[in-house]
Write a protein that binds this ligand. Structure first.
Ligand code: PMP
Length: 420
């Protein structure tokens, strides 16, 4: 089956958008530059399926980059947004819903003693770093090669996914003076972090880490790595910040910190926390978070922070996750079958790392070319994966066993064709 988007409306939509926006898109990876095809322009999405403007339907493993753990347009979430919208779109004044959200997040993730809502993962990570600096009175941070924490200036140093894909790991426009405060260590290398602390014993405010590195393939933390970071941060008076924008509410209800049993001082959540709307959260230890304005001197604010629609979507999503004790086991089972099936079909030429409903598919050999072929072939067979090999595949609760079967059939056909 060949999908008809190549010469159709998606292509024309892309030609038009390129005249109006950089790369024709509002976020770089969407331009699909690395896979050499125009992006599909989306018309709508429902459950596990996404439809383009040419009328093609695909099983979607991008899941809005991990936001849609319940699948697209989950009825209860859409209804919560509709109800909230009827009462007004934004007030710039507190609502009880926001308190309910902060309380629910604390119930699910006990380290989130106090939290703040913001509008994106970028903003949440940037704010967490500012609080860590304000709390410790130190300027430097440690991050890991390939980890992505949004596009704030100091974080665009050795960042994964979009930055790697576009071969600009250090963005133009970031003053060297800002990047200088970001110290970079290889992921899974606690000894390198210890060396950084020995060289800078009293200037590191925080270690910022994705507890599973999900923006450079899906790299799992080696046994003891997160525990070592916890110990080093405590020993040197720095804070440990978990960026759970991807792992939060995905690896378990309590996120990666629950799954691995390592408690950070601060955490950052996004994607699922907003239920498909623009919301993210940062928070953690009460003594640290009390430094945030107006309780303390660390300034952070937002006109649309805690927006009623976004909060309603996030709350509805978290309540569904909380009320469905079987959901994470179901996600894990489906995802494990998908991962094993892809590996088996590839006859050893790809490795799939999987944890919970997060999958990273890495190709050996000419990985860029092979991934571009994989993307195009799957698309033609009705399966939509990320247009960058550094991005994860996300399985949602809406993906059925039949979807997994269909995906594996498409994968098998691809590998057979590739072998010819
Ligand atoms: N942190 C991580 C781990 C992410 O994966 C992302 C986005 N993919 C961000 C932060 C930034 O989030 P946003 O795109 O919402 O700004």
């Amino acid at each position: 089956m060949t999908r008809g988007f190549q010469d159709g409306k998606s292509r024309r939509a892309f030609e038009r958008s390129r005249r109006a926006m950089p790369g024709g898109v509002n976020s770089p990876v969407r331009a699909c530059a690395r896979v050499g095809r125009p992006p599909l322009f989306v018309k709508s999405a429902k459950g596990s399926r996404i439809s383009d403007v040419d009328g093609n339907e695909y099983i979607d493993y991008v899941s809005s980059w991990g936001a849609c753990i319940l699948g697209h347009a989950c009825p209860a979430v859409v209804e919560a947004v509709r109800e909230a919208a009827a009462d007004g779109l934004t007030f710039g004044a507190p609502t009880e819903r926001e308190t309910e959200m902060a309380e629910l997040v604390r119930e699910l993730v006990p380290s989130m003693e106090l939290s703040r809502m913001v509008n994106s993962g970028t903003e949440a990570a940037m704010s967490a770093v500012r609080v860590a600096r304000g709390f410790t009175g130190r300027d430097d941070i440690v991050k890991f090669d390939g980890c992505y924490h949004g596009h704030s200036d100091g974080m665009l140093v050795k960042a994964g996914s979009g930055a790697l894909s576009h071969a600009v790991p250090d963005s133009a426009g970031v003053p060297a003076d800002f990047a200088r405060h970001t110290l970079v260590a290889p992921y899974n290398d606690a000894a390198a972090v210890e060396r950084l602390f020995r060289e800078h014993p009293s200037s590191i405010a925080a270690i910022v880490v994705e507890p599973v590195a999900a923006n450079a393939g899906v790299v799992l933390p080696e046994s003891g790595f997160l525990e070592s970071l916890r110990e080093l941060a405590t020993r040197y008076g720095a804070l440990l910040v978990f960026d759970e924008v991807i792992t939060g509410f995905r690896l378990s209800l309590g996120g990666a910190q629950e799954r691995f049993g390592v408690v950070p001082d601060l955490s950052v959540f996004g994607k699922i926390a907003g239920g498909g709307m623009p919301a993210a959260i940062y928070g953690g230890r009460e003594d640290v978070m009390r430094r945030v304005a107006p309780d303390g001197p660390v300034y952070q604010a937002g006109t649309l922070s805690g927006n009623p629609l976004a909060t309603a979507a996030g709350l509805a999503t978290l309540k569904i996750l909380k009320g469905d004790p079987g959901i994470y086991a179901r996600l894990e089972k489906k995802s494990a079958r998908l991962a094993a099936g892809i590996e088996a079909a590839s006859r050893g030429s790809v490795k799939v790392s999987q944890i919970g409903s997060l999958l990273g598919v890495s190709f050996d050999g000419d990985a860029d070319r092979r991934y571009a072929d994989w993307y195009s072939n799957l698309l033609q067979r009705g399966v939509y994966v990320a247009p960058s090999r550094f991005e994860a595949m996300f399985v949602s609760d809406a993906h059925t066993e039949a979807d997994i079967d269909e995906t594996l059939a498409a994968a098998r056909e691809f590998f057979v064709e590739e072998g010819l």
